[in-house]
Ligand binder design. Sequence first.
Ligand code: XMP
Length: 512
Amino acid sequence: RLLIIDFGSQVTQLIARRLRELSVYCEIHPYQNVTAEWLHDFAPKAVILSGGPDSVTREGSPRAPQAVFDMGVPVLGICYGQQTMMTQLGGKVVRGEGTAEFGRAYVKPEGKLTLLDGWFATDKEQVWMSHGDHVSEIAPGFAVYGTSPNAPFAITADVARNFYAVQFHPEVHHTPNGAKLYENFVRLAGFKGDWTMGAYREQAIAAIREQVGDAHVICALSGGVDSSVAAALIHEAVGDQLTCVFVDHGLLRLNEAEEVVGMFRDHMNLHVIHAQEQDLFLGELEGVSDPENKRKIIGKLFIDVFQKYANGIEGAAFLAQGTLYPDVIESVSFSGGPSVTIKSHHNVGGLPEKMGLKLVEPLRELFKDEVRALGRELGLPASFIGRHPFPGPGLAIRCPGEITREKLEILRKADAVYIDQIRKHGLYDDIWQAFVAILPVRTVGVMGDGRTYDFACALRAVTSVDGMTADYYPFSHEFLGETATRIINEVPGINRVTYDITSKPPGTIEWE
Ligand code: XMP
């Protein structure tokens, strides 16, 4: 296994991701925890020193334990890792005045280095820099293999000892060939690349067992991919010690509650409480049309309801959450050390403290696509894993203005037809999210020989990478025409269909 010593860079986890992509098992440990003795027991086959926010020129700044360099294993230092490596091995780093580099830079090669095999197809490589300080004198035994305008020692190595040090961040997307560098490094270190998601699953299960012991875990199951995979994994680890609460607020899609509860209860044998609280939610929402008020009411009731059910579960000591790495990284403080603060999950924020629960977050190290892979590994059906995101407040924010049971009923039917169309045309997986919004507008139409005065609806479908920005999906006219006809024919209460072609920004994905 490979050890990543974390000096607090915001992208340390990306190093782990690059290594997982290479099927290499690694663990990230904060530098404070890595002592010489610990290292000896851990016995890494290679070590990577991450970047970090501190300056090695500062008295008392973090260092790698010297033992890292005495174990005879390959070491790769990145950014801060490079600088502490140079300092510890006898080189010099100076505070950058006028030599800082942030963002894109180009490295020019010097000589030949196995670590760089596959690099420098041209005379320079694009890399991503983010440093104030820089190395001014390399350590004895090192040679220079690449320079950039503001980093004369952008790539250095002591080939005899298998020590490598780079000033830039090969793990980020903006170092387009960075993955190659990691590939070369793990190959140099003798990794075979035979580690799999199946192995991850086994490790995660062991870690959950150790954390939870014989206590009870509760989980707010939403039917979304993250909470579903977290629940399935924890169930595999601790079986009946897990109880899931599925809160049905009456704002779910057609057959959603039955499908989610059915799958987890019957198919996967999980203990699921189906909290039927439709009347409570819809009652409180009656007459409310302001979007923020709606969200606040739903958010508060959700917590109340979850707490009510959770209080009834004896011995509950842990709350399971499907927090992913991007949720964690969002909350990393810019100036702080390696430790990160946890961002509370949207729907159950504040619950752990209020209820005195500890968190179990088995997906904290993973990215969305890795969670999907883990879900497949756990036997969740492919159709479930590929589901579009669905917001916590559900259909409430797809029903601008006042929510009524009548509107919800119409909306559910129209949405089901729309999604059916998308699936039939094989477009579901090309789209980030698609849904119908029912508009608070009635318009005039003719059906048969009679006049109609029914609701208008809007179809929404967007492509996106992260939900932060989005573009409308370019359906064919034929598809739109066919879908509009089907909705009008099959859904009583709608006589007009429009297509929303707004991108985000300016329009959000949801209507409210
Ligand atoms: P917007 O509407 O802000 O949505 O463009 C971006 C993404 O977030 C989802 N979304 C939510 N998810 N609780 C959630 O769990 C919410 O309150 C919420 N609001 C929006 C939305 O569906 C889209 O994927």
